[in-house]
Design a protein around this ligand. Structure first.
Ligand code: AP5
Ligand code: MG
Length: 193
């Protein structure tokens, strides 16, 4: 199965993705995590990405697409994968469709986690990652609304969009995620491909 998690910062994409990859036994492709790992290597790529991330801006599409393309060519992605925080722009979404088509595959579901702004601010204030300062969160939210939210309509047109209420306990949200993709705990082994 190939699944995308889309949603504003703090919506719970990473939290729910972590649970879903265990259930489906597929790799977790978080572009945010990949970029934070690149920062640790102090490469030129990592330093460039860090500047965008610290400013709450999206990293340029060509850099993101390069790392995603490399990752998707690895064997563990052949049976499926879960995208967390990617795609985030229409060019990224179009490129993902093309990469998957080359592999004779396609997305199965796009899970849109919906959470109100007040709840997002409260969650991120509690977490305190380096890009969780209030001014950076505002910029991340702005990037989401301007560049990423339009993908909701893009995937709706393709009949892939599954809107999910992202508030409540993580267990409650995970129950909605499972319902949205029609997978229960009992069928995890059969549903990975
Ligand atoms: P990224 O790392 O993807 O961050 P984000 O989208 O801003 O989202 P977060 O990771 O903050 O939130 P989340 O939805 O994963 O929520 P989480 O589960 O952590 O991207 C960071 C940056 O990298 C971007 O700003 C950009 O610069 C760059 N980037 C990444 N991908 C890119 C791309 N494709 N193109 C261009 N640039 C890209 O939960 C948040 C908190 O809430 C946690 O503390 C969690 O414990 C808590 N929580 C979760 N669920 C619940 C719940 N149900 N109730 C209460 N608390 C909850
Ligand atoms: Mg995340």
């Amino acid at each position: 199965m190939r699944i995308v998690f889309i949603g504003p910062p703090g919506a719970g994409k990473g939290t729910q993705a972590g649970r879903l990859i265990q259930l489906l036994e597929i790799p977790h492709l978080s572009t945010g995590d990949m970029l934070r790992e690149a920062q640790q290597t102090q490469s030129e790529f990592g330093e460039t990405a860090a500047e965008y991330m610290a400013a709450g801006k999206l990293v340029p599409d060509e850099l993101i697409l390069k790392i995603v393309h490399q990752r998707l060519s690895q064997n563990d992605c052949l049976q499926g994968c879960l995208f967390d925080g990617f795609p985030r722009t229409e060019p990224q979404a179009v490129a993902l469709d093309a990469i998957l088509a080359e592999q004779c595959s396609r997305l199965d579901h796009v899970l849109e986690l919906r959470v109100e702004e007040d709840e997002i601010l409260a969650r991120l204030a509690l977490r305190g990652r380096s890009d969780d300062q209030p001014d950076v969160i505002r910029k991340r939210l702005k990037s989401y609304l301007e560049l990423t939210r339009p993908l909701v309509a893009y995937y709706e047109r393709k009949n892939l969009l599954r809107p999910i209420n992202g508030t409540g306990t993580t267990d409650e949200v995970f129950g909605r995620v499972r319902d949205a993709i029609g997978v229960t705990n009992d069928t995890s082994g059969d549903s990975a491909a």
